[in-house]
Design a protein around this ligand. Structure first.
Ligand code: SF4
Ligand code: SF4
Length: 315
């Protein structure tokens, strides 16, 4: 088994560590031979393995640079089963929000205009740099962030930001028990329904709203559907499987489990759901109500922009 992080925050690897003592169950059934957060295996060691030697690779993180892409291709070649683990590998995730900008803008912000940067010579990282000791290389930073399946074939998707540890154990046991596995390209460790189907908050038919709020602007009553209180909740467009954890913690769903099976593009689905709830037929008033949604693109595509129909902002 291998576990790899590409353009990731580390949360997915920590979610694997969160199996706690179940890690012994994992190590009883599998040797973990590559896991940069925990083991010092080198890329060259992976390269030296025969093709298909690794039974399962859990690949977390999006594809942001040439190193991520190289490792995706290498691990695809070396693995029988490649799992896109977590929202970033599944749909582009939080790093994918960078697709609202291009490489030039990102470098300008990071290496020049950010409040904490002093760089009068406007130095930028170079992918190749000659020093007396030899040539140093850095990965090439791509213009776009991509989900894993835009670079290599993916066998399964285990969604979540990060995936729930219980779901990981279920999937791991299913693979190692020799149970019959679902068809390739399936979403595993999740359910074929929406968050709303599992949510216990009170819902009213045909509820309309005149105003949108950010969560801190209302006193949540703890029992009424967030959308009906005017707070954007991505439950109608999001696959269940996390156990409605955010909602049970009184926070609206942000969509990290990705689209439910009948939804192609979660952002588009949410915009259409919101459209049906606005309490007005007057175009001007509708515009005013819609304007109240702060950062609509970042809200509706928080985890899914690179894998969506839009994919990125055209700049
Ligand atoms: S899916 Fe979430 S937890 Fe996992 S690497 Fe991406 S941002 Fe981090
Ligand atoms: S929109 Fe959110 S709060 Fe409302 S029922 Fe769906 S998941 Fe629950």
């Amino acid at each position: 088994m291998a576990i790899y992080w590409a353009s990731a925050c580390g949360g997915c690897c920590v979610s694997v560590l969160d199996v706690h003592e179940s890690l012994f169950t994992v190590t009883e059934r599998a040797d973990i031979i590559f896991w940069p957060i925990a083991l010092d295996t080198k890329y060259a060691d992976v390269k030296a393995l025969p093709n298909g030697y690794i039974d399962v690779t859990l690949f977390n993180g999006a594809i942001r640079n040439s190193e991520n892409e190289y490792m995706a291709m290498l691990l695809r070649e070396k693995s029988k089963i490649l799992v896109a683990y977590g929202s970033c590998a599944h749909m582009g995730g939080i790093p994918g929000l960078a697709n609202f900008f291009n490489r030039k803008e990102i470098f300008e912000r990071v290496y020049q205009t950010s409040e904490s940067t002093v760089n009068p010579e406007k130095i930028r990282p170079q992918p190749s740099f000659q020093v007396p000791e030899g040539n140093l290389h850095l990965p090439v930073f791509f213009n776009d962030v991509k989900p894993l399946d835009k670079v290599v074939c993916v066998d399964y998707y285990l969604p979540g930001c990060p995936p729930q540890t219980e779901r990981l154990i279920e999937v791991f046991l299913a693979i190692t028990n020799g149970s019959e596995l679902p068809g390739k390209k399936s979403v595993v460790g999740a359910r074929d329904k929406t968050q709303c189907d599992e949510c216990e908050r009170k819902k009213t038919e045909n509820k309309h709203i005149k105003k949108f709020y950010r969560p801190f602007e209302i006193q949540d009553d703890g029992e009424t559907c967030f959308l009906e209180q005017g707070v954007i909740c991505l439950g109608p467009a999001t696959r269940a499987g996390c156990g409605v954890r955010c909602i049970k913690g009184n926070a609206p769903c942000r969509g990290c489990y990705g689209p439910s099976p009948d939804v192609t593009d979660p952002g588009a689905k949410m915009m259409s759901a919101i459209g049906t709830m606005i309490d007005s037929n007057d175009p001007e008033e509708i515009s005013e109500i819609v304007e109240q949604v702060v950062d609509p693109a970042g809200t509706f595509y928080r985890f899914s922009l690179p894998g969506s129909i839009l994919r990125r902002k055209i700049i």
